[in-house]
Each structure stands twice: as structure tokens, then as C-alpha cells.
Design a protein around this ligand. Sequence first.
Ligand SMILES: [Zn+2]
Ligand SMILES: [Zn+2]
Length: 258
Amino acid sequence: MELTKILIKLLFPGSCPVCGEVQEQFLTDDGVARICPACEKRLKRVAQPFCLRCGKPLEADRIRREYCADCTKRTHAFVQGRAVFVYQGAIIGSMHRLKYGNRRDYAAIFAREAYETYGSWIRRIEPDALIPIPLHKKRRRERGYNQAQLIAEALAGLTGIQVEKNLLLRTLYTQPQRQLSARERKNNLKNAFQMSKKIVQLEKVLLIDDIYTTGSTVDAAAETLMGAGVKKVYVLCICIGGGDAGGLDNGSKSLQNV
Ligand SMILES: [Zn+2]
Ligand SMILES: [Zn+2]
């Protein structure tokens, strides 16, 4: 091991993004911490079978289906989405700290998880750019950073695909999505995004966000991008709601990147 890597390990021992346990062996060679084995057992990763559209895990039932209940009912503007973890249990607190608790270092950890799980899928779709779901500038000022952008930037380092961070703008300061139905969420997001004046020619893009709930946020973003000439929009999120029936729609905490 290189001396610098040894020094990084000594100076910054790895801390598990889920339980916070500090141990030197949680650090990988690139100096990014990893999820500890105990937490790995508690987390639910998205595994086959999952919805061919949004990537939500499908309930194992006798009739083999291709799409989740939500994607059977409605169409999405994006071509396909993938997510790494089911948004339940111990991952919830971790996502919350990444989003609101200034744990910007988690972005690289989860970007690597996404890359290890869906690296070949990303290579197959060959996106021209990674586009993080933007925050409204007022919200970004309040929070100090956009977690989706940090994830996208870390993923750019791993894939070599550029990040277009100033292309899609959030022009509407949307209300938190909590306790809104799918239809209300959609209305809440109408005209939420706009394209900047920057001119780029992008055929295929990969939208990056932390949590996928009903897909209304990424759909609204995808529609805006397609209105500007993008042909295909794909989606990669760190977490996704587990309920096959549209799941986290009712009564759950605000999950979306408002
Ligand atoms: Zn842990
Ligand atoms: Zn689906």
C-alpha cells in the first residue's frame, strides 16, 4: 500500500455511514469508508426481481410481473431507473444525515455503492452526462450543499462521465412533499424545473438523486430535459421506497429532494 494511503487510514479511520462505528478496516484503498458488516446485514439491498421501469423491488408473488403496481398504473418520462437500497430501517437515519446533517462525506460512500451495483448498467446506457436533481437556490443556501450533486460528482470520479450541474435549474421553491398524494406531488412539481441558458447537446443523461419515492420529481426533471432536446433520461438513486403498491406515498416522512 502506498504511504499516503496508509497515512489516510491512520489519520481518518473509517466510520460506517449507518451506525457511525469507527474502525480502520472500514476504509477502502481510496480512503472512502464503507458500510460495516453488521449494518450490511441489517440493510435491504434492491435485488431481483425489481420493476423494469423504476427499479423498485417487486413483491415475490406467484404471477411473474415486470412492473411494480405504480408503474403499471402510470407512465414515466424516464426510460429506466435503478436504486441501491430499499428505503427502510437503518438507512433512513443515514440518508437524513447526508441530506440535513452535513455528512457530505457519505456521498462518496454511497456513490461507490451505486457504482459497484450498477456500474455495468451505466456503461451499457452510456449517458453523455450525469445530472443531479437540483435544489432551489434558496434551499441550497439554507442547507449549504446539494447532496444529489455530491453523489453525482463522486460518481463522475468513478465513471469518468461528466457532471452537468448548472444545466437543470429548480426555479420553484416547492413545498415539502410530505402528506401529499401522488397527484398532489405532481402538481406541486409542475414547472418546478427549467433549463439554464447554457447550450449543450445531450442525447442520453443519467439523473442522480438520493431517494426515489413516487418518481414525480425525476419525472418533472426528465420532462424539462426532454423539452430541451434530450432523447433519453435514466435515473439512479441511492434509495427507493419498498412498497410495491406505491409504498411510501401515504403518511410517510418527507422523502423527496425538495
Ligand atoms: Zn455500521
Ligand atoms: Zn416501478
